[in-house]
Ligand binder design. Structure first.
Ligand code: GDP
Ligand code: MG
Length: 612
C-alpha cells in the first residue's frame, strides 16, 4: 500500500458519546463486516466490555474506502493532494474512561488524526476536554463530529459553541452524524481522507515499528500489535525488539479486518500484528521498537511514558494451591495491559498473594473481573488504597503501597499523599454543592470558568484518596447525572495521616488496616466497624470489633453470639428452600477466610469503601 493512500486515526470522546457505535458503522459502510455480522459495539469483544457496555481495551482495524473526490461540503487540508482511489483507513477505537487515558495516549501515538465525537445533547464533557487536549498535544488533526443528531432534543449550536470556546477548534467544519442510524457516515469517511495527513516515513529506511499493544493467544503465543513508522516488515524476516533485546523470526503477520487476516508484508504507516512464536510473556514491551536483526535502525522510537499505578490492593487466592496459577494469569494480564503491575506479598491474615497496582478504581474492578472470567480463580481482594510517600527522619523517602508497611510514627518526618487536579463540568446551578463536596474532602479551590449560559468548569486540587472511591457517584447524584469529572495526579503533598488498624476479637487483621487523615479518623473508624458488624455473620461467641490508632482504640462494636442454627428458620419441611439456603451458605463459604475462630467474608474487606 502506498503511504499516500493510508490514513491512521483514533476516535476519542467522553464515555457513551458513541465511539464504538461509530466504529461499527465505519466497518459496515466499508463492508469490513456484513449487515448480518453487524452487532453493536463489535469491537468490544471482552466479556467484561459486553456486560458493562464500555470499551476497556483499544482496538485496531484496517478498512478500505473508495474515495471519489471532494464535493461542496469538503474541507480539504490546505496543500493536500487527495486523488480519488482506494484508501486504507486504520481505525483505533479507544476507551473513554479516565482510568484508561493511558490506552488513549498510546493509540494517539500511532495516528495522524482523530475524530472527536461530541454528543449532540450532552455537549462537551470532562473527558471530551481531556481527550481533545491529548490529541492536540500529540499534534493530531482533529475532526470534530457531533453525534446523535437523531435525538429528539439536541443543542447542536450550543455544542459547536462549546467546541470552539473550550477546545479552540473550528466548529464550522464539524460533521453532524447519527452513528446509531447511520446518517452522514459517508461524510466521516470522506473527511478522514481529506483532513488527515498521510503517514510520514521512508519505505526504504531501516525498519522501525512501534509496539502499541500485545496480547496472549493460547495457540499462537504472543501477538504483538505494531504500527510501522519506517521501512517494511515481511513474513520470514529476522527482527529484533530494540529495548527488549531479543531477536525472532516473523512467523506470521497481518492486519485486523476486524479479525486477524494474514498478509505478506506491512509498509510505512500500516498497522497490524506480528507473531514471532514468543511464549515468554515478559519479552514483549509496549512502547518498544521492532527493527530488523540484520539492518538495524540507529535508534529506537521514543516509546511511551510508563504510567505509575496509583491505586493498590491485595489479591489472594481463596485456595492457597491456586497461587502459581494466579501468578501466571497476572503475568498474562500485565502483558495485555502495561499499566497493570503486581508483586508477591504475604499477609498474616490471608497468606500468600499479590499486591496489585492500578491506574484507578474502574481499572481495578475490570482486572478483577477479567481474572475471574478469563482465568477462573476465586480471589479475596483487599480494600484498595492509594500509594503514599514517607519521608523518614534520616532523610530517606519510601513509597508505601500497602498500609501495613507504614513505619512507626516515631521515625516519620513527613507523611505524603498523592494530589489530583480535578476538573468538573457541571450545570451552573450545582456549583455550590460541588464546592461543598470538595470542601468536605480537603479540596483546594483553583478556579471556575463559564462555558455558556448554564454550564461551568470547576477546578480543584484534592487528595487522590478522597476522590477515587466515590467522588464520581457523589457527583452524579448531586447533579442528577449531569456533572462529569476528570482528574490527573499532579504530585505528592504532606498531610496529617495515620495508620488505622482493625482488631477482630482482639487480634489485628493486617489486611484491614488503612491510612486515614487524622481529622477524619474517628468518624471513619466508627463507620468501618459498624459496616464490618453488618458483613461478618454471627458466630457461637461474641466478637469485638475495634478500630485503633497505635494502642488507642477509637471505635468499637460487638457482634453478639449466635443462638439459632441456620436451618432452624425453615422448620416445616420446605425442602427446596432449605437446600437453597445451605447451597447459598456453601457458595458464600468459598469467599470466606478463617481468622483464628472468626470467619470473615470477602465483602468485609471492601467495607472500607463504604465507610466514608
Ligand atoms: P462509547 O462509550 O463512546 O463507545 O459509546 P457507545 O458507542 O457504546 O454508545 C453509547 C450509547 O449511545 C449506546 O447506547 C448507543 O446505542 C448510543 N448511541 C450511539 N450513537 C448514537 C446516535 O447516533 N444516536 C442515538 N440516539 N444514540 C446513539
Ligand atoms: Mg466504546
Amino acid at each position: 500500500m502506498q503511504r499516500e493512500f493510508i490514513r491512521n486515526f483514533s476516535i476519542v470522546a467522553h464515555i457513551d458519546h458513541g465511539k464504538s457505535t461509530l466504529a461499527d458503522q465505519l466497518l459496515l459502510k466499508t463492508a469490513a463486516i456484513t449487515e448480518r455480522e453487524f452487532q453493536s459495539q463489535i469491537l468490544d469483544d471482552l466479556a467484561v466490555e459486553r456486560q458493562r457496555g464500555i470499551t476497556v481495551k483499544a482496538r485496531a482495524v484496517a478498512i478500505y474506502y473508495d474515495y471519489t473526490g471532494p464535493d461542496e461540503t469538503s474541507h480539504v487540508l490546505p496543500g493536500m493532494e487527495v486523488p480519488p482511489g482506494r484508501y486504507e483507513l486504520n481505525l483505533i477505537d479507544t476507551p473513554g474512561h479516565v482510568d484508561f487515558h493511558y490506552e488513549v495516549s498510546r493509540s494517539l501515538a500511532a495516528c495522524e488524526g482523530a475524530l472527536l465525537l461530541v454528543d449532540a445533547f450532552q455537549g462537551v464533557q470532562a473527558q471530551t476536554v481531556a481527550n481533545a487536549y491529548a490529541a492536540i498535544e500529540g499534534n493530531l488533526e482533529i475532526i470534530p463530529v457531533v453525534n446523535k443528531i437523531d435525538l429528539p432534543v439536541t443543542r447542536i449550536d450550543e455544542v459547536l459553541n462549546e467546541v470552539e470556546t473550550i477546545l479552540g477548534l473550528d466548529g464550522s467544519t464539524a460533521l453532524r452524524v447519527s452513528a446509531k442510524q447511520g446518517l452522514n457516515i459517508e461524510s466521516v469517511l470522506r473527511a478522514l481522507v481529506e483532513r488527515i495527513h498521510p503517514p510520514k516515513g521512508e519505505p526504504t529506511a531501516p525498519l522501525k515499528a512501534l509496539v502499541f499493544d500485545s496480547k496472549y493467544d493460547d495457540y499462537r503465543g504472543v501477538v504483538t500489535y505494531i504500527r510501522v513508522k519506517e521501512g517494511t516488515i515481511n513474513k520470514g524476516d529476522k527482527i529484533r525488539f530494540m529495548k527488549g533485546g531479543t531477536s525472532h523470526e516473523v512467523l506470521d503477520l497481518g492486519q485486523f479486518r476486524p479479525n486477524m487476516v494474514a498478509c505478506e508484508s506491512l509498509g510505512v504507516g500500516q498497522v497490524g500484528y506480528i507473531i514471532t512464536g514468543i511464549k515468554v510473556l515478559g519479552n514483549v514491551h509496549v512502547g518498544d521498537t521492532v527493527t530488523h536483526a540484520g539492518r538495524q535502525a540507529a535508534e529506537a522510537l521514543p516509546g511511551y511514558k510508563q504510567p505509575k499505578p496509583m491505586v493498590f490492593c491485595g489479591m489472594y487466592p481463596i485456595d492457597a494451591t491456586d497461587f502459581e496459577h494466579l501468578r501466571e494469569e497476572l503475568d498474562k494480564m500485565a502483558l495485555n495491559d502495561a499499566s497493570f503491575s503486581f508483586a508477591p506479598e504475604t499477609s498474616d491474615a490471608l497468606g500468600f498473594g499479590f499486591r496489585c497496582g492500578f491506574l484507578g478504581m474502574l481499572h481495578m474492578e475490570i482486572i478483577q473481573q477479567r481474572l475471574e472470567d478469563e482465568a477462573d480463580v476465586d480471589l479475596i481482594q483487599t480494600a484498595p488504597n492509594v500509594t503514599y510517600q514517607i519521608l523518614k527522619r534520616g532523610g530517606e523517602v519510601v513509597q508505601i503501597d500497602n498500609p501495613v508497611e507504614t513505619p512507626d510514627a516515631g521515625v516519620i518526618e513527613e507523611f505524603r499523599e498523592p494530589i489530583a487536579k480535578v476538573t468538573f463540568i457541571v450545570p451552573s446551578k450545582n456549583i455550590g454543592v460541588i464546592m461543598q463536596l470538595c470542601g468536605d474532602r480537603r479540596g483546594i479551590y483553583i478556579g471556575t470558568e463559564f462555558l455558556g449560559p448554564d454550564r461551568a468548569q470547576l477546578v480543584y486540587e484534592l487528595p487522590l484518596a478522597e476522590i477515587i472511591y466515590d467522588m464520581h457517584d457523589k457527583l452524579k447524584s448531586v447533579t442528577q447525572g449531569y456533572g462529569t469529572m476528570d482528574y490527573e495526579v499532579i504530585g505528592f503533598r504532606a498531610a496529617d495521616l495515620v495508620k488505622m488498624d482493625i482488631l477482630v476479637k482482639g487480634v489485628k487483621v493486617d489486611a484491614l488496616s488503612t491510612i486515614v487523615y487524622r481529622g477524619f479518623a474517628e468518624r471513619r473508624g466508627r463507620a468501618l466497624v459498624k459496616k464490618l458488624k453488618e458483613e461478618i455473620t454471627k458466630h457461637q461467641f461474641e466478637i469485638a470489633l475495634q478500630a485503633a490508632i497505635g494502642a488507642r482504640v477509637i471505635a468499637r462494636e460487638t457482634i453478639s453470639a449466635l443462638r439459632k442454627n441456620v436451618t432452624a428458620k425453615c422448620y416445616g419441611g420446605d425442602i427446596s428452600r432449605k437446600r437453597k439456603l445451605l447451597q447459598k451458605q456453601k457458595e458464600g463459604k468459598k469467599r470466606m477466610k478463617q481468622f483464628g475462630q472468626v470467619e470473615i467474608p470477602q465483602k468485609a474487606f471492601l467495607s472500607v469503601l463504604e465507610a466514608g
